[in-house]
Write a protein that binds this ligand. Structure first.
Ligand SMILES: [Zn+2]
Length: 426
């Protein structure tokens, strides 16, 4: 799982942002309370049945159920039989987004004639999609795979609201203003064509946003959220305001009792984090291992103009001071990575036109190394690019040192990463 954290400003107010993914088109009423009792109609891309599904036997499925027991996972059951003999194994496959799955092996309960699989739901946020199918085998080695069923990891322990749009499904704690949903849905709609034109395609699933009032509900599944720092959800001066989880197709945001404003959450944090989901879908950006490269790229999808202007100004001031480090030496310097990284992607647009982003990421998607993709798309060497970029920022020492090796990452992906953002705006 890839987590993307955001850390804040010169005062090092930190921001953490997760990434998650969702594949359901949920038809929901606007702002209705969401409970496990709601049967939300789900539209799922059906999995093609495997060739020869079921073998030579005739299979009958009497029932398939999922019961959310958030925050402790949930229970799957299936009651089925095969004409060829007893079923001797049953495994449930679980997907929170279309491209990743986990599985749980079931046990047979003779009393009820049912196979039961207990999913632990470890470190899983509430309201992620739970799309599942079963694989069954019988005594004659016939194997049968059921159709996929769409369900949801409902949190019935507190009151939530839910609203669905073309771009995103938003869940938010009922103690929060509906403005969070309004702003997130508006921001995603406003940015839809920018995402599409810059990645060549929209996300292949509909992402979700889960917005918490404070850290209590988050700490139930993210042990660190409450334990690290009950007041901020972060470590030391880092404040958690949002994360996106590729494996869940979901963005997690913390309103912090209103200190993360709906507009800022939507246009700065959510749009940045959804940018990471596009990176994960595309490939090649995050795997660059260059924080300035992928965080700057995510920030390129931020639509909070004041925040972007501040980033650009900070990068220019740093350059003018003569202290702008070479790009490859930025390493884990979080704040500089965000601001200089964003400035770099913005400069590419100014220098080569609005299509340059798509050219680069399409090369990355083919497996071409990020640095070579930059060079191929622009027709310039990386050194020439960086020199011109530094001059554009106003660096008196435009030519960067060229002998620095790429910094060794502190850890390999997928791992949490930290990056800076602005001081949360009131
Ligand atoms: Zn980020």
């Amino acid at each position: 799982m890839q987590n993307f954290l955001r850390v804040a400003s010169r005062t090092l107010v930190g921001v953490i942002a997760f990434i998650a993914v969702i594949a359901l088109g949920l038809a929901m009423n606007t702002g209705t309370a969401a409970t496990a009792q709601d049967s939300l109609p789900a539209t799922i891309t059906p999995r093609p049945s495997p060739t020869g599904n079921g073998g030579t036997a005739t299979w009958t499925v009497k029932s398939m159920t999922f019961k959310s027991e958030y925050p402790n996972g949930g229970t799957f059951t299936i009651e089925a039989n095969s004409s060829a003999g007893d079923i001797n194994s049953a495994t449930v496959f679980i997907q929170h987004q279309p491209f990743k799955r986990t599985r749980v092996i079931a046990k047979y309960d003779a009393a009820s004639g049912t196979w039961i699989a207990k999913w632990l739901g470890q470190a899983t946020p509430q309201w992620v999609a739970v799309n599942y199918y079963w694989s069954l085998s019988d005594a004659q080695k016939n194997v049968y795979q059921t159709d996929t069923v769409g369900d949801i990891y409902a949190d019935n322990t507190r009151e939530w609201k839910v609203r669905d749009s073309e771009d995103i499904t938003v869940y938010w704690q009922a103690t929060l203003t509906d403005d969070y949903a309004d702003e997130i849905i508006a921001a995603m709609a406003a940015q839809r064509e920018f995402y599409r034109s810059h990645w060549g395609t929209l996300l292949k699933y509909k992402p979700r946003a889960v917005i918490y009032d404070d850290y209590a509900a988050m700490a139930e599944w993210d042990q660190g959220a409450g334990l690290r720092n009950p007041g901020t959800g972060g470590v030391g001066s880092t404040i958690v305001v949002g994360r996106a989880y590729d494996a869940f197709g979901t963005f997690i945001g913390v309103a912090r009792k209103g200190r993360s404003s709906p507009h800022w959450m939507a246009y700065d944090i959510v749009l940045h984090e959804i940018g990471h989901l596009y990176q994960a879908q595309n490939g090649g950006i995050i795997t660059s291992g260059q924080i300035w490269f992928y965080e700057g790229n995510a920030e390129y999808f931020n639509k909070d103009e004041a925040s972007l202007e501040e980033s650009l100004n900070n990068a220019k001031n740093l350059a003018a001071s003569g202290n702008l480090p070479p790009l490859l030496a930025i390493g884990r310097n979080g704040l500089i990575a965000y601001e200089v990284g964003y400035a770099f992607w913005k400069w590419l647009e100014v220098r080569f036109g609005d299509d340059i982003h798509l050219s680069i990421v399409q090369l990355c998607a083919k497996g071409i190394n990020w640095q070579k993709a930059l060079e191929q798309a622009t027709g310039m060497s990386f050194l020439a690019l960086e020199t011109e970029f530094r001059a554009w920022l106003g660096a008196p020492n435009a030519v960067p040192p060229t002998t620095l090796p790429e910094p060794t990452l502190a850890f390999a992906f997928p791992s949490p990463t930290f990056a800076p953002t602005k001081t949360p705006k009131p």
